[in-house]
Design a protein around this ligand. Structure first.
Ligand SMILES: Cc1cc2nc3c(=O)[nH]c(=O)nc-3n(C[C@H](O)[C@H](O)[C@H](O)COP(=O)(O)OP(=O)(O)OC[C@H]3O[C@@H](n4cnc5c(N)ncnc54)[C@H](O)[C@@H]3O)c2cc1C
Length: 451
């Protein structure tokens, strides 16, 4: 456990009471309890490293997070002895990806062709997944998770990052936690990255996402569904009794589209997905529709002296392909494998080792981000839900399952239908990815031992 002592309140600094915490110390502090942070915390703890994860929220119950746990992460969970626990979570399984065009539906990926033990993507509310990882980590003696702990700055020794300052959101007190290594896993808006003065390179993204729920009926299609029409794109994620809907809008047009009124949006959405028209009154007002800011960014250097950044903090992912969670997890596994030996023997990690984490994960990240940029262009053509775009005209069958005639399909989809083996290629790219990471031997457990 982290050897923290309750500090003594010294003075009021700004809005927060400052608490003397000079004695609060750990070997590795991980900022952010998302997929990257919790998986890293679990693996470091299993490697015998004293680790504290600081998460600013009280729980993981936020529905803006993605839902997908891909085949590569399912394999990792097996290796960690957590496969059975994961399988017991309420979930939907997707073994094919379909896209609904104006003329009908076409299959783009067939996951039953994947190698290995898992031929599907699991759709699990991310809070269940994170609870599972946090519970497993809390079984390890050297793991501490502090909730309601928001990192507000970095501690430095000369030019070396030597830990963090964090605010306890339950009482407003500010604390200092010193550490041999600080790992930023605090996502796209990383406070640690800003505090370190690191600016990511930003790749233009033409869209943002509206995120809302619609009731799901028993006879609706199962799994995930993409819907593309001219200048419009929506994704439906099957969460059992409701659809989690993502609707792409052109970046910067949120206020204009909202000003046009919810009725206009309901009409537009009904034009895109007519079989959902009968439940669109679930969208009473725009209060039911959240705006998610989409970014695609990457840091040139993922480290500073005493500091490493991984997951979205190092490379914010677009939702295209739903791969960000699995990439963040893969970063965490690679980082743990490379860092545990150094952290075990003293805690000061040389920069050369931190750079090896980036070298290991950089090309897979850059490859996927390039694919996402190409997909933005191909899918949206720069015209995502422009306020001026009229609702689409559906020319083909209006149910979600009718097959599109082959001559209406773009060439890649025609080829994939003609030669079904080709559907295994996107399946592998999405569900396994270019560089899946496997659990190091010291982190592996049999299912029984992991209980
Ligand atoms: C609209 C949208 C939909 C997406 N859908 C999917 C999908 O379906 N599947 C998929 O794989 N990916 C999806 N992604 C991408 C995915 O969400 C991210 O790539 C992934 O969550 C990154 O994981 P992470 O652990 O690096 O960061 P995050 O998941 O962002 O976790 C960061 C954590 O740090 C905490 N935190 C932040 N600041 C602080 C602080 N100062 N102090 C302490 N804690 C802090 C946060 O509360 C959070 O818990 C989507 C992205 C977007 C924008």
């Amino acid at each position: 456990m982290s050897s923290g002592y309750p500090g003594r309140s010294l003075a009021l600094r700004g809005r927060y009471r400052y608490t003397s915490t000079m004695s609060e110390r750990t070997t590795c502090v991980v900022v952010g309890g998302g997929p990257a942070g919790l998986v890293l915390g679990l693996l470091l703890a299993r490697g015998g490293v004293e680790v504290t994860v600081l998460e600013k929220h009280a729980d993981f119950l936020r529905d803006f997070r993605g839902d997908t746990v891909h085949a590569s992460t399912l394999t990792l969970l097996d290796e960690l002895g957590l496969g059975a626990r994961f399988a017991a979570l309420p979930q939907r399984r997707v073994d094919r990806a379909q896209v609904q065009l104006d003329s009908g539906t076409a299959r783009i990926a067939d996951l039953t062709r994947l190698p290995g033990a898992h031929q599907h993507i699991a759709l699990v509310p991310q809070w269940d997944f994170l609870d599972l990882i946090a519970d497993a980590a809390e079984e390890e003696q050297t793991f501490t998770l502090r909730r309601n702990a928001e990192v507000v700055g970095l501690l430095t020794d000369s030019s070396r990052v030597a830990g963090v300052r964090y605010r306890d959101r339950t009482d407003g007190t500010e604390h200092a936690l010193r550490a041999g290594l600080t790992v930023a896993c605090d996502g796209r808006g990383s406070a640690v990255r800003s505090a370190a003065g690191m600016l990511p390179r930003s790749f233009g993204v033409p869209m943002d996402v509206w995120w809302f729920r619609l009731p799901r009926r028993a006879d609706d299609p199962a799994g995930g569904l993409g819907r593309i029409s001219t200048g419009q794109f929506a994704v439906l994620i099957d969460r059992g009794d409701y659809w989690q809907c993502a609707y792409l809008i052109r970046k910067g047009t949120d206020a204009q589209l909202r000003a046009a009124g919810i009725e206009r949006f309901r009409d537009r959405f009904a034009g895109l997905l007519p079989w959902l028209t009968d439940r669109l009154d679930a969208l009473g007002s725009f209060d039911d529709v959240k705006l998610l800011d989409v970014r695609l960014e990457r840091l040139r250097r993922w480290d500073r002296n005493g500091l490493l950044l991984i997951g979205d903090a190092a490379h914010a992912m677009s939702p295209v392909g739903g791969v960000g969670i699995n990439l963040a997890v893969a970063d965490a596994v690679a980082a743990a494998r490379l860092l545990v030996p150094a952290l075990r023997s003293g805690g000061i990690v040389p920069r050369s080792l931190l750079r090896r984490v980036q070298r290991r994960r950089w090309w897979a990240t850059a490859l996927i981000q390039t694919g996402q940029r190409l997909a933005h262009r191909a899918i949206l053509g720069g015209r995502a839900a422009d306020p001026g775009t009229p609702p689409p005209t559906v020319t083909g069958p209006q149910d979600a399952t009718a097959e599109a005639p082959a001559h209406t399909l773009p060439l890649p989809l025609r080829l994939a239908r003609r030669f079904p083996v080709l559907q295994g290629v996107p399946a592998r790219l999405i569900a396994i990815g270019p560089l899946p990471e496997h659990a190091p031997q010291w982190a592996r457990r049999s299912p029984e031992a992991a209980r």
